[in-house]
Design a protein around this ligand. Structure first.
Ligand code: PEP
Ligand code: MN
Length: 343
Protein backbone atom coordinates (compact mmCIF):
# COMPACT_ATOMS: atom_id res chain seq x y z
CA UNK A 1 0.00 0.00 0.00
CA UNK A 2 0.92 3.62 -0.29
CA UNK A 3 0.40 6.15 2.47
CA UNK A 4 -0.18 9.49 0.78
CA UNK A 5 0.86 12.37 3.04
CA UNK A 6 -0.91 15.73 2.94
CA UNK A 7 0.81 18.38 0.84
CA UNK A 8 1.74 20.40 3.93
CA UNK A 9 2.67 17.48 6.18
CA UNK A 10 5.88 18.05 8.10
CA UNK A 11 9.01 15.99 8.65
CA UNK A 12 7.97 14.82 12.13
CA UNK A 13 4.63 13.56 10.82
CA UNK A 14 6.31 11.72 7.97
CA UNK A 15 8.83 10.23 10.38
CA UNK A 16 6.07 9.17 12.77
CA UNK A 17 4.12 7.38 10.02
CA UNK A 18 7.28 5.75 8.75
CA UNK A 19 8.16 4.43 12.23
CA UNK A 20 4.62 3.23 12.79
CA UNK A 21 4.71 1.27 9.55
CA UNK A 22 8.05 -0.27 10.50
CA UNK A 23 6.66 -1.17 13.93
CA UNK A 24 3.69 -2.89 12.25
CA UNK A 25 6.16 -4.99 10.27
CA UNK A 26 6.12 -3.22 6.91
CA UNK A 27 9.18 -2.56 4.77
CA UNK A 28 8.92 1.12 3.90
CA UNK A 29 10.30 3.60 1.50
CA UNK A 30 9.71 7.35 1.49
CA UNK A 31 9.10 8.47 -2.09
CA UNK A 32 9.56 12.15 -2.91
CA UNK A 33 7.22 13.17 -5.72
CA UNK A 34 7.05 16.61 -7.28
CA UNK A 35 3.94 17.64 -5.34
CA UNK A 36 3.90 15.45 -2.27
CA UNK A 37 5.59 12.73 -0.28
CA UNK A 38 4.19 9.23 -0.18
CA UNK A 39 5.39 6.27 1.83
CA UNK A 40 5.44 2.92 0.08
CA UNK A 41 4.80 0.08 2.53
CA UNK A 42 5.20 -3.55 1.59
CA UNK A 43 4.04 -6.33 3.88
CA UNK A 44 1.04 -8.28 5.08
CA UNK A 45 -1.78 -5.79 5.45
CA UNK A 46 -4.29 -6.10 8.33
CA UNK A 47 -7.45 -3.99 8.36
CA UNK A 48 -6.68 -2.60 11.86
CA UNK A 49 -3.43 -1.14 10.52
CA UNK A 50 -5.29 0.92 7.96
CA UNK A 51 -7.57 2.49 10.55
CA UNK A 52 -4.69 3.31 12.83
CA UNK A 53 -2.60 4.85 10.05
CA UNK A 54 -5.47 6.76 8.53
CA UNK A 55 -5.93 8.65 11.80
CA UNK A 56 -2.33 9.75 12.13
CA UNK A 57 -1.61 13.48 11.68
CA UNK A 58 -0.46 14.42 8.18
CA UNK A 59 -1.96 11.35 6.47
CA UNK A 60 -4.24 12.19 3.56
CA UNK A 61 -5.19 8.72 2.36
CA UNK A 62 -4.08 5.14 2.08
CA UNK A 63 -4.09 3.51 -1.32
CA UNK A 64 -3.84 -0.26 -1.52
CA UNK A 65 -1.88 -1.45 -4.56
CA UNK A 66 -3.31 -4.59 -6.09
CA UNK A 67 -0.53 -5.16 -8.60
CA UNK A 68 2.28 -7.53 -7.59
CA UNK A 69 4.82 -4.74 -8.08
CA UNK A 70 4.31 -1.90 -5.66
CA UNK A 71 7.18 0.58 -5.44
CA UNK A 72 7.68 0.71 -9.21
CA UNK A 73 3.99 1.30 -9.92
CA UNK A 74 2.37 4.54 -11.00
CA UNK A 75 0.05 4.22 -8.02
CA UNK A 76 3.06 4.59 -5.72
CA UNK A 77 4.29 7.70 -7.53
CA UNK A 78 2.26 9.73 -9.98
CA UNK A 79 5.02 11.81 -11.56
CA UNK A 80 7.82 10.49 -13.75
CA UNK A 81 11.04 9.61 -11.98
CA UNK A 82 14.06 11.52 -13.24
CA UNK A 83 17.44 9.93 -12.58
CA UNK A 84 20.77 11.74 -12.59
CA UNK A 85 23.72 9.82 -13.98
CA UNK A 86 26.77 12.01 -13.55
CA UNK A 87 26.19 15.03 -15.79
CA UNK A 88 23.27 13.35 -17.61
CA UNK A 89 19.64 12.89 -16.62
CA UNK A 90 17.25 10.19 -17.72
CA UNK A 91 13.49 10.54 -17.60
CA UNK A 92 13.20 14.32 -17.82
CA UNK A 93 12.48 16.53 -20.80
CA UNK A 94 15.66 15.67 -22.65
CA UNK A 95 16.07 12.58 -24.71
CA UNK A 96 19.12 10.76 -23.34
CA UNK A 97 21.49 9.08 -25.75
CA UNK A 98 23.82 6.39 -24.47
CA UNK A 99 26.25 5.10 -27.08
CA UNK A 100 29.49 3.21 -27.45
CA UNK A 101 30.86 -0.15 -28.45
CA UNK A 102 29.45 -3.44 -27.22
CA UNK A 103 32.75 -4.15 -25.44
CA UNK A 104 35.83 -2.29 -24.28
CA UNK A 105 38.39 -4.04 -26.50
CA UNK A 106 41.53 -1.99 -25.89
CA UNK A 107 42.46 1.49 -24.75
CA UNK A 108 42.84 2.98 -28.22
CA UNK A 109 39.53 1.57 -29.54
CA UNK A 110 37.59 2.76 -26.53
CA UNK A 111 39.07 6.24 -26.19
CA UNK A 112 38.40 6.80 -29.89
CA UNK A 113 34.81 5.57 -29.49
CA UNK A 114 34.25 7.77 -26.44
CA UNK A 115 35.38 10.84 -28.37
CA UNK A 116 33.11 9.94 -31.26
CA UNK A 117 30.12 9.53 -28.95
CA UNK A 118 30.81 12.92 -27.40
CA UNK A 119 31.24 14.50 -30.82
CA UNK A 120 27.93 13.06 -32.01
CA UNK A 121 26.16 14.51 -28.95
CA UNK A 122 25.75 11.41 -26.80
CA UNK A 123 25.47 12.03 -23.07
CA UNK A 124 26.54 8.69 -21.63
CA UNK A 125 29.16 6.24 -22.90
CA UNK A 126 28.60 2.50 -22.85
CA UNK A 127 31.14 -0.32 -23.02
CA UNK A 128 31.18 -3.84 -21.64
CA UNK A 129 34.07 -4.95 -19.44
CA UNK A 130 32.35 -8.22 -18.50
CA UNK A 131 30.66 -9.83 -21.47
CA UNK A 132 28.10 -12.60 -20.91
CA UNK A 133 28.69 -14.49 -24.17
CA UNK A 134 26.76 -17.46 -25.47
CA UNK A 135 30.01 -19.29 -26.18
CA UNK A 136 32.73 -19.71 -23.55
CA UNK A 137 35.25 -19.37 -26.43
CA UNK A 138 34.08 -15.87 -27.40
CA UNK A 139 35.73 -12.68 -26.08
CA UNK A 140 34.71 -12.35 -22.43
CA UNK A 141 35.78 -8.76 -21.80
CA UNK A 142 38.85 -7.07 -20.32
CA UNK A 143 37.40 -7.02 -16.78
CA UNK A 144 39.52 -4.81 -14.46
CA UNK A 145 41.57 -3.39 -17.32
CA UNK A 146 38.31 -2.57 -19.11
CA UNK A 147 37.01 -0.75 -16.04
CA UNK A 148 40.17 1.33 -15.89
CA UNK A 149 39.77 2.25 -19.54
CA UNK A 150 36.13 3.17 -18.94
CA UNK A 151 37.15 5.53 -16.17
CA UNK A 152 39.88 7.07 -18.28
CA UNK A 153 37.40 7.65 -21.12
CA UNK A 154 34.98 9.25 -18.70
CA UNK A 155 37.66 11.57 -17.37
CA UNK A 156 38.84 12.44 -20.89
CA UNK A 157 35.36 13.30 -22.19
CA UNK A 158 33.64 14.46 -19.02
CA UNK A 159 30.79 12.05 -19.81
CA UNK A 160 29.46 9.39 -17.43
CA UNK A 161 29.92 5.71 -18.28
CA UNK A 162 27.77 2.58 -17.93
CA UNK A 163 28.93 -1.02 -17.92
CA UNK A 164 27.26 -4.38 -17.44
CA UNK A 165 27.78 -6.38 -14.26
CA UNK A 166 27.22 -10.10 -14.42
CA UNK A 167 27.53 -11.17 -10.79
CA UNK A 168 28.28 -9.82 -7.34
CA UNK A 169 32.05 -9.91 -7.88
CA UNK A 170 31.94 -7.83 -11.07
CA UNK A 171 29.48 -5.48 -9.37
CA UNK A 172 31.85 -4.81 -6.48
CA UNK A 173 34.67 -4.24 -8.96
CA UNK A 174 32.66 -1.87 -11.14
CA UNK A 175 31.36 0.36 -8.34
CA UNK A 176 34.57 2.38 -8.10
CA UNK A 177 34.85 2.93 -11.85
CA UNK A 178 31.48 3.61 -13.42
CA UNK A 179 28.51 5.95 -13.01
CA UNK A 180 25.78 3.42 -13.77
CA UNK A 181 25.61 -0.37 -13.77
CA UNK A 182 23.70 -2.44 -16.28
CA UNK A 183 21.94 -5.69 -15.49
CA UNK A 184 21.72 -7.47 -18.82
CA UNK A 185 18.90 -9.47 -20.36
CA UNK A 186 20.50 -12.75 -19.30
CA UNK A 187 20.59 -11.68 -15.67
CA UNK A 188 17.23 -9.95 -15.39
CA UNK A 189 16.04 -12.67 -13.04
CA UNK A 190 19.31 -13.19 -11.21
CA UNK A 191 17.67 -12.28 -7.95
CA UNK A 192 20.84 -12.17 -5.87
CA UNK A 193 22.36 -9.75 -8.34
CA UNK A 194 19.19 -7.65 -8.32
CA UNK A 195 19.33 -7.47 -4.53
CA UNK A 196 23.02 -6.64 -4.62
CA UNK A 197 22.59 -3.73 -7.06
CA UNK A 198 19.62 -2.65 -4.93
CA UNK A 199 21.99 -2.24 -1.99
CA UNK A 200 24.23 0.18 -3.89
CA UNK A 201 23.63 3.84 -4.63
CA UNK A 202 24.40 3.55 -8.36
CA UNK A 203 21.73 4.01 -11.01
CA UNK A 204 20.80 0.64 -12.52
CA UNK A 205 20.00 0.11 -16.19
CA UNK A 206 17.75 -2.94 -16.10
CA UNK A 207 17.33 -4.65 -19.43
CA UNK A 208 14.27 -6.74 -20.18
CA UNK A 209 14.98 -10.46 -20.20
CA UNK A 210 14.71 -12.03 -23.62
CA UNK A 211 11.70 -14.11 -22.59
CA UNK A 212 10.41 -11.89 -19.83
CA UNK A 213 6.86 -10.62 -19.65
CA UNK A 214 6.38 -7.00 -18.72
CA UNK A 215 5.19 -8.06 -15.29
CA UNK A 216 8.33 -10.16 -14.70
CA UNK A 217 10.47 -7.22 -15.82
CA UNK A 218 8.71 -4.84 -13.43
CA UNK A 219 9.04 -7.41 -10.64
CA UNK A 220 12.78 -7.47 -11.30
CA UNK A 221 12.81 -3.67 -10.88
CA UNK A 222 10.80 -4.12 -7.69
CA UNK A 223 13.57 -6.36 -6.31
CA UNK A 224 16.07 -3.53 -6.78
CA UNK A 225 13.87 -0.77 -5.40
CA UNK A 226 12.72 -2.83 -2.42
CA UNK A 227 16.37 -3.03 -1.34
CA UNK A 228 16.48 0.76 -1.13
CA UNK A 229 17.83 1.82 -4.52
CA UNK A 230 15.12 3.70 -6.38
CA UNK A 231 17.34 4.69 -9.30
CA UNK A 232 16.22 2.12 -11.87
CA UNK A 233 15.99 2.74 -15.61
CA UNK A 234 14.14 0.13 -17.66
CA UNK A 235 15.47 -0.85 -21.07
CA UNK A 236 13.48 -2.64 -23.77
CA UNK A 237 15.97 -4.59 -25.87
CA UNK A 238 13.84 -7.02 -27.85
CA UNK A 239 12.32 -10.34 -26.93
CA UNK A 240 12.47 -13.82 -28.45
CA UNK A 241 9.62 -14.68 -30.76
CA UNK A 242 9.18 -17.16 -33.64
CA UNK A 243 10.70 -14.54 -35.95
CA UNK A 244 14.30 -15.23 -36.91
CA UNK A 245 14.81 -12.54 -39.56
CA UNK A 246 15.86 -10.12 -36.84
CA UNK A 247 18.01 -11.00 -33.81
CA UNK A 248 15.11 -10.19 -31.47
CA UNK A 249 11.67 -8.66 -31.83
CA UNK A 250 11.78 -5.12 -30.50
CA UNK A 251 8.61 -4.73 -28.46
CA UNK A 252 7.94 -1.03 -28.79
CA UNK A 253 4.43 -1.32 -27.39
CA UNK A 254 6.21 -2.03 -24.10
CA UNK A 255 7.33 1.60 -23.98
CA UNK A 256 3.97 3.38 -23.59
CA UNK A 257 2.58 0.45 -21.63
CA UNK A 258 5.39 0.42 -19.07
CA UNK A 259 5.21 4.18 -18.79
CA UNK A 260 1.53 3.79 -17.97
CA UNK A 261 2.22 1.11 -15.36
CA UNK A 262 5.35 2.59 -13.80
CA UNK A 263 6.93 5.94 -12.97
CA UNK A 264 10.40 4.71 -13.94
CA UNK A 265 12.18 5.96 -17.08
CA UNK A 266 12.13 3.63 -20.08
CA UNK A 267 14.81 3.56 -22.74
CA UNK A 268 15.18 1.41 -25.86
CA UNK A 269 18.09 -0.58 -27.29
CA UNK A 270 17.45 -0.93 -31.03
CA UNK A 271 20.92 -2.47 -31.53
CA UNK A 272 20.24 -5.70 -29.62
CA UNK A 273 16.57 -5.32 -30.48
CA UNK A 274 17.23 -5.84 -34.18
CA UNK A 275 20.80 -7.12 -34.51
CA UNK A 276 21.07 -5.17 -37.77
CA UNK A 277 22.72 -1.75 -38.06
CA UNK A 278 20.50 -0.88 -41.02
CA UNK A 279 17.45 -1.12 -38.75
CA UNK A 280 18.88 0.92 -35.89
CA UNK A 281 18.03 4.35 -37.27
CA UNK A 282 14.36 3.66 -38.13
CA UNK A 283 13.79 1.82 -34.85
CA UNK A 284 15.46 4.65 -32.92
CA UNK A 285 12.97 7.06 -34.48
CA UNK A 286 10.08 4.70 -33.72
CA UNK A 287 11.22 4.29 -30.10
CA UNK A 288 11.35 8.04 -29.56
CA UNK A 289 7.94 8.46 -31.22
CA UNK A 290 6.59 5.81 -28.84
CA UNK A 291 7.73 7.89 -25.87
CA UNK A 292 11.09 6.41 -24.91
CA UNK A 293 13.15 8.54 -22.52
CA UNK A 294 16.36 7.60 -24.27
CA UNK A 295 18.24 5.17 -26.47
CA UNK A 296 21.25 2.95 -25.96
CA UNK A 297 23.07 2.48 -29.26
CA UNK A 298 26.04 0.35 -30.13
CA UNK A 299 28.67 2.25 -32.09
CA UNK A 300 32.17 1.05 -32.96
CA UNK A 301 35.00 3.03 -34.59
CA UNK A 302 35.38 0.12 -37.02
CA UNK A 303 32.39 -2.25 -36.76
CA UNK A 304 33.97 -4.77 -39.15
CA UNK A 305 36.74 -5.33 -36.60
CA UNK A 306 34.50 -5.49 -33.52
CA UNK A 307 35.08 -8.40 -31.16
CA UNK A 308 31.36 -8.56 -30.42
CA UNK A 309 28.14 -7.34 -32.04
CA UNK A 310 29.80 -5.75 -35.11
CA UNK A 311 26.80 -6.35 -37.43
CA UNK A 312 24.52 -4.26 -35.22
CA UNK A 313 27.06 -1.53 -34.41
CA UNK A 314 26.73 1.85 -36.09
CA UNK A 315 29.77 3.55 -37.55
CA UNK A 316 30.59 6.94 -36.00
CA UNK A 317 29.14 8.65 -39.10
CA UNK A 318 25.93 6.65 -38.81
CA UNK A 319 25.59 7.66 -35.17
CA UNK A 320 25.80 11.28 -36.25
CA UNK A 321 23.09 10.67 -38.85
CA UNK A 322 20.83 9.10 -36.23
CA UNK A 323 21.37 12.13 -34.00
CA UNK A 324 20.62 14.47 -36.89
CA UNK A 325 17.33 12.71 -37.67
CA UNK A 326 16.39 12.59 -34.02
CA UNK A 327 16.99 16.31 -33.74
CA UNK A 328 14.22 16.83 -36.27
CA UNK A 329 11.85 14.40 -34.59
CA UNK A 330 12.38 15.36 -30.95
CA UNK A 331 10.41 18.66 -30.98
CA UNK A 332 7.43 16.82 -32.45
CA UNK A 333 7.24 14.54 -29.42
CA UNK A 334 7.55 17.39 -26.95
CA UNK A 335 11.09 16.71 -25.86
CA UNK A 336 14.24 18.75 -26.00
CA UNK A 337 17.49 18.16 -27.70
CA UNK A 338 20.25 16.88 -25.48
CA UNK A 339 22.17 20.02 -24.44
CA UNK A 340 25.44 18.54 -25.67
CA UNK A 341 23.99 18.27 -29.14
CA UNK A 342 22.92 21.88 -29.24
CA UNK A 343 26.34 23.33 -28.41
C1 PEP B 1 24.87 -5.44 -24.17
O1 PEP B 1 24.34 -4.37 -23.86
O2 PEP B 1 25.97 -5.50 -24.76
C2 PEP B 1 24.15 -6.70 -23.90
C3 PEP B 1 24.77 -7.85 -23.74
O3 PEP B 1 22.82 -6.51 -23.87
P1 PEP B 1 21.62 -7.54 -23.57
O4 PEP B 1 21.78 -7.91 -22.12
O5 PEP B 1 20.41 -6.72 -23.84
O6 PEP B 1 21.76 -8.71 -24.49
MN1 MN C 1 26.31 -6.01 -27.41
Amino acid sequence: MVVVMEINSNTQQIEAVNSKLAQLGYKTQVIHGVKRIVIGAVGDRRSNDLMELQLMPGVEKIVPIMKPYKLVSREAKEDNTVINVGSATIGGENLTIIAGPCAVENRQQFLAAADQVKHAGGQIIRGGAFKPRTSPYSFQGLELEGLEILREASQATGLPVVTEVIDEVSLQMALDYVDMVQVGARNMQNFRLLKAVGQTDKPVLLKRGMSATIEEWLMAAEYIISEGNGRVILCERGIRTFETATRNTLDLSAVPLVKRLSHLPVIVDPSHGTGDRGLVRPMSMAAVAAGADGLILEMHPEPAKALSDGPQSLTPGELEQVMMQLSMLIPAVGRQLPPAYVS
